[in-house]
Ligand binder design. Sequence first.
Ligand SMILES: [Zn+2]
Length: 110
Amino acid sequence: MEKEIKEKKTITTDVIVGKEIYCDECGRLIFRKKDRQIVYSIGDYWELTTGHHDWGNDSIDSIKYFDLCSEECCTIKFEDYIQHCHGTEYFELEHEVGTKVNADHKEWIL
Ligand SMILES: [Zn+2]
C-alpha cells in the first residue's frame, strides 16, 4: 500500500500585481498601475507600431511595438524610421489620451 505523506508548507511565488510602461526612446516612466489602480501617469503618450505587409509568415514577425512619452521622442523615432526603415513599410502612431496622476511628484517614484 502506498500512502502520501503530507505537511503544511508555505509557498512563496512571484505574482504580477501591476505593470509599468517606459518610453522606448528615452526610458522615462510613462505609466504605473498597481493593485488595479493607476498610481503614476504622465498623461498622454503614443503607441507606435511598425512592420510590413509582405506575403509570408515573417509579416507577423516584422511587427514591432513601441511606447513613446512625448512629441520629441516621436520625432526622433520617425526620423530614424525615415533614414533606416529597419525592414518595415508602415509606421502607425496612435495618440493615447491619458490623465496625469502623481506625475509632478518626482519623489513619489522613489
Ligand atoms: Zn521619451
